[in-house]
Write a protein that binds this ligand. Structure first.
Ligand code: C2O
Ligand code: CU
Length: 463
């Protein structure tokens, strides 16, 4: 039986600064991330601890920070009992460092290490997470924030707040529900939805900020499948960036709630007035749940003046010249799947259940031998995606950011920002465009991690 979000007794705590752990760099210039089991209380000391999988004993793992254009070196040390790898979500990275087990690298076996070494070309809010059996490893806690600063930051450390939002499925005793991981019901429906929300690994708590000062809140959804519904209008927030990429100036949202799908990020600008306490309210379960509260102290007047982030230098797709590739998404409960192949064989009868492959893209469940498409480097590409299923999906492209150029059906009007992950509603068609300027093999998949594992994963090849 599923309990409601926050159905377990909550415990309020107070912190003066938001909880953030920063990565240390070792003598040889590597940040070490040790993937290991760690016991941690997700609710409070009154409940038994959960056995999580963490980087360096923390979930979220340590915040990695670098500047635009810098080189990052990370040594993954696998102390888990299964193989793992790390993906740097949203980074336009060199292909061999993308961390996708089975496509860009071999998974790192228990007891072994792997060295990641890459340049970060863009400023913004990104994250890292396990990309080997992600539905299992991310659900257990293997993720962390990756923040790339612009050359001149408008926000100092005190005014730059990372908020990692997660949704955990806890059992009656208040510990992480392990037995339900991989449940076929989750894989064929909405993915693994939890009943306990945390911000930076903690239950609802309070953060103290100053009136009249400008803060940048970096929200990231690291949950397996929940689309958070947040009301930024409730506290006068403006949008600075989606998925790391700056909007042209701080923008009003103009609609509510703002839906933050799995893996998506949004940077908000808040300039609280004296006495204007507020909280980040989550609405997706039909009730208002304050995930984190902000207590505003002092009575300084807000400064006026525009705040905008300098955009990254992304290649602008040329729609006229672009080649269109169509992607037909099928399957899931209550949906049609049609003829589907998996590992080169046509599935029938009980195969869908036995292999747990409930979804397909262009008639293929999971990584096909041949890519969805092959293009020459710097080609302009449009992907036209038709979601012929009864479910919402959060589609993510590796190695590139794209513009959403058209949506048909349920439209979410946020202009045409660059993104790395977009939501597509049931029976909706969306067209995205990008310049395929990054050579290699890149995944395109649903970031609801059960959907990805159950068939919604394909790839494309840039020569
Ligand atoms: Cu966030 Cu395929 O990844
Ligand atoms: Cu999906």
């Amino acid at each position: 039986m599923k309990k409601s979000v926050a159905g377990l007794a909550g415990a309020g705590t107070l912190s003066l600064v938001p909880f953030q752990v920063f990565a240390d760099v070792s003598e040889d210039g590597f940040i070490e991330l040790r993937a290991k089991e760690t016991s941690k209380n997700l609710i409070s000391e009154q409940y038994p601890a959960s056995i999580l999988w963490t980087y360096n004993g923390e979930s979220p793992g340590p915040e990695i920070r670098a500047k635009r254009g810098e080189r990052i070196k990370v040594r993954l040390i696998n102390e888990l009992s299964e193989a793992t790898s790390i993906h740097w979500h949203g980074i336009r990275i060199e292909n061999s460092m993308d961390g996708v087990a089975g496509l860009t690298q071999d998974p790192v076996p228990p007891g072994e290490t792997f060295e990641y070494d890459f340049i970060v070309p863009d400023a913004g809010t990104y994250w890292y997470h396990a990309h080997t059996k992600s539905w299992n490893q991310v659900a257990r806690g293997l993720y962390g924030p990756l923040i790339i600063e612009g050359d001149s930051e408008d926000f100092d450390a005190e005014h730059d707040i990372t908020l990692v939002l997660d949704d955990w499925l806890l059992g009656q005793d208040g510990t992480l529900d392990i037995l339900s991981l991989g449940s076929p019901g989750d894989w064929s429906h909405s993915g693994r939805l939890g009943n306990w929300l945390t911000v930076n690994g903690k239950p609802p708590h309070e953060v103290v900020i100053n009136a009249g000062e400008a803060y940048r809140l970096r929200l990231m959804n690291v949950s397996n499948a929940r689309s958070f519904e947040i009301d930024p209008n409730a506290f006068d927030a403006k949008i600075l960036a989606f998925d790391g990429q700056a909007t042209p100036g701080a923008q009003e949202l103009g609609y509510s709630p703002m839906v933050l799908g799995s893996a998506q990020r949004v940077d908000l600008l808040v300039q609280p007035k004296s006495g204007g306490n507020f909280s980040i309210n989550e609405l997706s379960n039909g009730q208002t749940y304050p995930m984190v509260s902000f207590k505003v102290v002092g009575n300084k007047e807000a400064l006026s003046g525009a705040i905008a982030l300098r955009p990254n230098d992304l290649p602008e797709p040329d729609i006229e010249k672009a080649t269109t590739f169509k992607l037909h998404m099928t399957g899931g409960a209550m949906g049609r799947i049609g003829e589907t192949t998996y590992n080169g064989e046509t599935m029938s009868g009980d195969d869908f259940i036995n292999f747990k492959q409930f979804w397909a893209m262009n008639g293929v469940a999971n990584l096909p031998e041949e890519p969805f498409f092959r293009v020459e480097r710097n080609e302009n590409v449009i992907i036209e995606i038709f979601n012929d299923t009864r479910f919402l999906h959060a589609m993510h492209m590796h190695g590139h950011h794209f513009r959403i150029i058209e949506r048909v059906g349920v439209s979410i009007d946020e202009g045409q920002p660059f993104k790395d992950t977009f939501l597509i509603g049931a029976l909706q068609t969306t067209r995205i465009a990008f310049v395929a300027d990054n050579p290699g093999k890149w995944l395109f998949h649903c970031h609801m991690l059960e959907h990805a594992a159950a068939g919604m994963t394909t790839w494309f090849d840039v020569k």
